[in-house]
Design a protein around this ligand. Sequence first.
Ligand code: ZN
Length: 222
Amino acid sequence: MERKAIVVLSGGQDSTTCLFWAIERFGKENVAAVGFDYGQRHKTELECAQNICDEAGIEYEVIPTPIINQLSANSLTRDDIPVEEEKPEGAPPNTFVEGRNLLFLSYAAIYAKTHGATDLVTGVCETDFSGYPDCRDIFVKSLNVTLNLAMDYNFVIHTPLMWINKAQTWEMADKLGVLDLVYNKTLTCYNGVMGEGCGHCPACTLRRRGYEEFMEMKKCTK
Ligand code: ZN
């Protein structure tokens, strides 16, 4: 039996790259994606994800999770909390939503099981670790065991970006033949600007530096 995969897709660079990674690995007909509407300030994220899935011919379902907004206040969900230009030393940035990946992956697992899928794909990454404990490899492995026990099921959580940096993520998109799509049609910016973004928030800075590094790598290998 062919395995089916559910990709957690936010419409950003990382999860979009993971979507195409999953399509290559599992075959388009075996991949679907889910996103979460938790009251994020920028609904454009979900629109980006929907457009990307339409283009890829993949089913996309948005799961409403307003509880996350209700439980925590931060700059991804609240207009009155501005995005920090620099991340504070030794503390998670104020875009941090406590336990978000724990919840997202758990919801995705429930969705997967009810849709006959065993494999979950998420773009979490430990390399650019910015203080999100539930993006760490050890957490994902631990949750994988917990989900299997919770639902008596053999989930496999894939984290194709776990040990690579932003430049290598661009490289992966390039190898998958979706560099232009990821560059122009994803939304990573904390200020809600698609593609190249606002240019000055921490997400834009990380994305741009990675892209520049990737272009350097590409020049050297030509
Ligand atoms: Zn930005």
